[in-house]
Design a protein around this ligand. Structure first.
Ligand SMILES: [Zn+2]
Length: 343
């Protein structure tokens, strides 16, 4: 009965593949029982339904002075940042709902809900969230002296209460932008016996970045300090806050717009990085080709090229294409292409 014919082997392999795919699409509560050891225990706190649509915007700051350094010896953090920011591209995605997941099984200690979602960008916004910097949050106590804290959840989305037992992968609420948040994300802080721990490094680690690491994640989690947040088209130059709001994600516009802007929103760009833009008209002609070298590093970076509409050369209807590449030395960091229908 246990002999595998080629056909049954195929079915077994197919179901295995499906199980792996479904396992990613739907992060279930079917966690393996974790033990109290420090290593390999925590899952990522954000559902991978949207797959590649989340990214790590900020790591833990490992420099005790006013300088900053992340575990990869980069600067994708800010002074005193105590956790890891798992971010999504914009407010529109946040409104659709991206679940925040318990990183391990445990007991819910504290919960807060009711704090408004906003994109903090001015001093006045910061003052408005004094004492509620974490926004809507959850604290979970795990076996062996561990604690995890999740911040900035969407108002009204919290799905757990103090005293509840949760499993690894239990939905705690939805990714939001409540408290001191300038973009939609979930901030995860890990503590061991009251001490904040960088989950990419583990316990017993010295300050700085040239150190032995014993990460706490239950899977390999790459260090990606630079990447794409989103790219698209607009009818005027966008600012960063508008891009976090998701204002310019439509791939259709009227050909009577005053200007056509191809924009890119990236994170972790460095001084000396080079960017290349191409904008191609429906007839295949490249109407813009531009290169730019970055004078400064930016944790969040908005860049664009554009063209005005005019009577002499009006925008033609059809499919416009934008292409962007970011280079560091000889290495291509990422490239992105977007299409826009003008009609
Ligand atoms: Zn954070």
């Amino acid at each position: 009965m246990s002999i595998l014919t080629p056909k049954s082997l195929f079915i077994v392999l197919l179901s295995l593949c499906l199980a792996i795919i479904i396992g990613c699409i739907y992060s279930p509560n079917s966690s393996v029982k974790t033990n109290a050891s420090a290593t390999s225990r925590f899952g990522i706190p954000i559902d991978c339904t949207l797959g590649k649509n989340y990214f790590i915007m900020h790591y833990v700051d490992r420099d005790p002075s006013s300088q900053v350094v992340d575990f990869g010896c980069g600067r994708q953090t800010y002074d005193g940042h105590s956790g890891v920011d798992f971010a999504i591209s914009d407010w529109q995605v946040m409104t659709k709902g991206v679940p925040v997941l318990a990183a391990d099984s445990g007991k819910v200690l504290r919960v807060r809900d009711g704090v408004a979602d906003r994109l903090v960008s001015q001093q006045g916004d910061k003052e408005a969230v004094t004492n509620t910097e974490c926004g809507n949050g959850v604290v979970i106590e795990h076996e062996g002296g561990w604690e995890t804290q999740y911040c900035h959840l969407r108002r009204g989305s919290l799905a757990v209460k103090p005293g509840m037992q949760v499993e690894k992968g239990t939905v705690l609420g939805m990714v939001g932008s409540s408290g001191l948040a300038s973009f939609p994300h979930v901030h995860l802080t890990v503590r061991y016996r009251g001490q904040t721990i960088d989950p990419f490094v583990g316990i017993n680690a010295a300050d700085g970045c040239q150190i032995k690491r014993d990460p706490l994640w239950d899977r390999p989690l790459a260090y990606v300090p630079t990447g794409l947040i989103q790219a698209g088209f607009a009818d005027r130059p966008p600012n960063e806050k508008e891009l976090w709001q998701g204002n310019f994600v439509s791939n259709r516009l009227s050909n009577r717009i005053q200007a056509l802007i191809f924009w890119v929103h990236a994170y972790g760009v460095q001084q000396g990085d080079r960017e290349s833009f191409w904008l191609t008209a429906p007839d295949g002609q490249t109407v813009i080709e531009k290169e730019n070298s970055l004078k400064k590093p930016y944790r969040s970076w908005v860049s664009y090229v554009g063209k005005r509409n005019s009577e002499q050369s009006p925008f033609s209807a059809g499919l416009w294409r934008g292409k962007y590449q970011l280079w560091r030395g000889e290495g291509l960091i990422f490239e992105v292409e977007r299409e826009l229908e003008l009609s």
